[in-house]
Each structure stands twice: as C-alpha cells, then as structure tokens.
Write a protein that binds this ligand. Structure first.
Ligand SMILES: Cc1cc2nc3c(=O)[nH]c(=O)nc-3n(C[C@H](O)[C@H](O)[C@H](O)COP(=O)(O)OP(=O)(O)OC[C@H]3O[C@@H](n4cnc5c(N)ncnc54)[C@H](O)[C@@H]3O)c2cc1C
Ligand code: SF4
Length: 327
C-alpha cells in the first residue's frame, strides 16, 4: 500500500474543494476502496472521508423516490416505500454482499464498485488492460467463466458486478451529480461506460464530480417487480446471472415491461429485445421463456461462460412469472 493523506469532510463544501486536487478519491463505506488500495490497484494521493456526513432523509417528489448517495445499503433496503413500490430494488440490495457489508457500504459506493475479474484484482504476472492500460487481457484466453457476454471488446470482457445498479437500469433511474460546474443528472444506464479500447475508464463521471442522489420513478412496472439472482453459493456471492424485471398489464396483455440483466455484461444491461418480445402479448410460461431467449440473442460467449445463455434465459423467464404474481 502506498502512503496517502487522509481528510475527514465535515460538509459538502469540503468534498467539492478536496475533489479539485488531482489524485483525491472519495472514501464512503470503504468496503471497495480499501480492498483495492491494499491490492495496489488504486493508489490515491489523498482520500476524503465522507462517512461522517449525514444523508438527506429519503423522500418522494412527483412520484419519484429520492435516495441520498450516502445512505447505507441496509438503510435504503429498510425503507417502506422502496419495499412496497419497487420490490426489485429492495431485493437487489438485500441479495448483495452480507448484512455487515450492507451496514457499512453506501449507495454511491455501491454504484461505483469495480469489477471482480481476478486478473484485475491480483495483477502480476497477469496482463490486464483495465489495471495497466495497453498491457493485454489475460481473461480473453484464460479463465472467463464469470466474464461478460454483452458489451465487451477485444480489450476487456470484465463484468460489472453490482446488483443495485442492474435493478436501477430496469426502472429508468437517474443519478444526481454535483461538481465544480454545478449539478447535473444522468440516466443510470449512461453512468457506466463499455470498455472499448479504454477499459480503465469506467464511468462518465469526471474526477471532480460526486454522486449526490439517485432518483427512482415509482411506476406501475416498478411496483410489480422482482430481482432474481443466481450465484455459486446461496449468500455472500456476486451474481453469475441476475435479472431485474417489472411488468404492467392491461387485462391479459403486457402493457409495459422492464428487463435488465446482471452478471453478464460490462455495465448494467437493459434488454430492449426481451422487452419487445413481450409488449402487446399475454404473459405465460411460453412467452416468458421466449422473452428470456430473446434477451440472449447476440450474446458473445467465451470458452467458459456459454452456459450463461441458457441459465440467463431461465432466470429472465422465472423473474417474469414472479413479477406477474405481484400485480
Ligand atoms: C466480500 C464482498 C462481497 C460483496 N458482494 C456484493 C454483491 O453480491 N453484490 C453487490 O452489488 N456488491 C457486493 N459487494 C460490493 C459492495 O456492495 C461494495 O463494496 C460497496 O457497496 C461499496 O460501497 P462503499 O460505500 O463501501 O464504497 P467505497 O469503497 O467507499 O467506494 C467505492 C468507490 O466509489 C467511490 N465513491 C463512493 N461514494 C461516492 C460518491 N457519492 N460519489 C462519487 N464517488 C463515490 C469511491 O471513491 C470509490 O472509488 C461485495 C463486497 C465485498 C467486499
Ligand atoms: S477482462 Fe478486463 S479486467 Fe479482466 S483481465 Fe481482461 S482487461 Fe483486465
């Protein structure tokens, strides 16, 4: 671990000022950043600790739920509005990590967690373009069971690992960002970048910007929703495949449907193809399975991860049938 200086923020102004200095990183719950510093992946010159700042209370404005980025994952998961009006988001939080981690980890830090690709985390002697630009990608020909089927490139196929962002992608969430030039909003699906030729650039946030809050529209589809996560062990594990799904019916016909996939893409992945396969049709086992298969058309598989196409199609179909019971 390299030497770094530590600064404890006592207000938003402190954070904004500190971020103007190059090499400064925000420290929220620390459950990702400290790990990556110990692994020598991240070497900030200075960390600005925001863990002592109080989050704004959770509120609803214009049928939109607003969650402060400083909320701990467990605090957000306990919220009654989230439980009743967006169960998929609550489930995505509850199925992530462990209770102890959720008590520490913030929503902002959760969105910005980095890939769990072992070559990225452990470095030498393995090549990793994300860790060391232009060094190569050991996963392309190496162990790639946990790697991406969508959004990858010849430079990187690392999966974006977060559950919450996957669920947010399904429901048109937006992130509120602050920085030296003021506030702006970004669709959650536009927060993370695909790797392309520059896998070390992971988001569209500028280094001096800060995620302030997450805005979640409380739609009918969000109310009848679920998050299904398949992993190698029943708890305390990242998704092999997951699906966030919400539906709105008009009689027997699907009026609106939201489908996002986790564990299979380089960023939170909304599946327009799966959604289009269902809109205007009845929802039953056959149409749910067809939508699941549609979600994986065009998947780019590697030596060890082709099993995810069949598994993923089933996860989407199961999630749709669970969401139907919540109408
Ligand atoms: C063993 C283990 C298992 C896990 N399992 C899962 C899982 O199953 N599913 C899942 O989704 N996650 C899982 N996680 C990840 C965990 O949820 C994240 O580590 C956590 O959410 C990060 O939040 P934090 O507040 O601790 O972030 P930190 O570690 O403090 O920060 C993470 C990054 O975000 C930046 N940052 C933090 N807040 C902001 C902000 N407001 N604006 C701008 N930048 C910010 C930091 O600078 C840093 O780069 C697991 C983690 C561990 C260690
Ligand atoms: S998949 Fe991406 S993160 Fe993993 S080794 Fe290749 S370049 Fe690095």
């Amino acid at each position: 671990m390299h030497p770094f200086s530590y600064f404890r923020a006592s207000g938003a102004d402190d954070v904004n000022k500190a971020l103007r200095d190059e090499g400064t990183r925000i420290l929220a719950g620390g459950t990702t950043l400290y790990d990556l510093m110990k692994l020598d992946v991240e070497n900030p010159v200075r960390v600005v600790d925001i863990s002592g700042l109080a989050p704004q209370p959770i509120r609803v404005e214009n049928d939109t739920l607003i969650l402060d980025s400083l909320l701990r994952m467990s605090q957000a998961a306990e919220n009654e509005t989230l439980r009743l009006r967006s169960p998929a988001l609550r489930e995505a939080l509850m199925l992530a990590a462990s209770q102890q981690l959720r008590n520490m980890a913030t929503l902002g830090g959760n969105l910005l967690q980095r890939t769990r690709c072992s070559y990225f985390r452990h470095g030498e002697p393995y090549a990793c373009n994300k860790r060391q630009p232009a060094s190569g990608c050991a996963a392309l020909e190496g162990l790639n069971r946990n790697h991406a089927l969508f959004g990858g490139s010849n430079a990187c196929i690392a999966v974006y690992p977060g559950d919450f962002a996957t669920a947010l992608a399904a429901f048109d969430a937006r992130v509120e960002i602050t920085g030296p030039s003021g506030a702006r909003e970004l669709d959650l699906v536009d927060l993370h970048r695909e790797p392309g030729e520059t896998p070390h650039l992971e988001t569209h946030l500028r280094p001096d910007e800060f995620i302030k809050a997450i805005h979640i529209p409380l739609t009918k589809a969000a109310r009848s929703s679920t998050y299904v996560k398949i992993r190698d062990r029943e708890s305390y594990a990242f998704a092999l495949v997951s699906a966030a799904v919400g539906i709105e019916m008009e009689g027997e016909i699907v009026r609106d449907v939201r489908i996002a996939l986790g564990g299979v893409a380089t960023r939170p992945w909304r599946s327009a193809a799966a959604e289009q396969a269902l809109i205007g049709r009845p929802l039953n086992d056959d149409t749910a399975q067809a939508a699941g298969r549609a979600a994986f058309v065009g998947a780019s598989t590697t030596r060890h991860n082709a099993f995810k196409t069949e598994l993923g199609a089933r996860v989407v179909a199961d999630a749709l049938m669970i969401a139907k019971t919540r109408i």
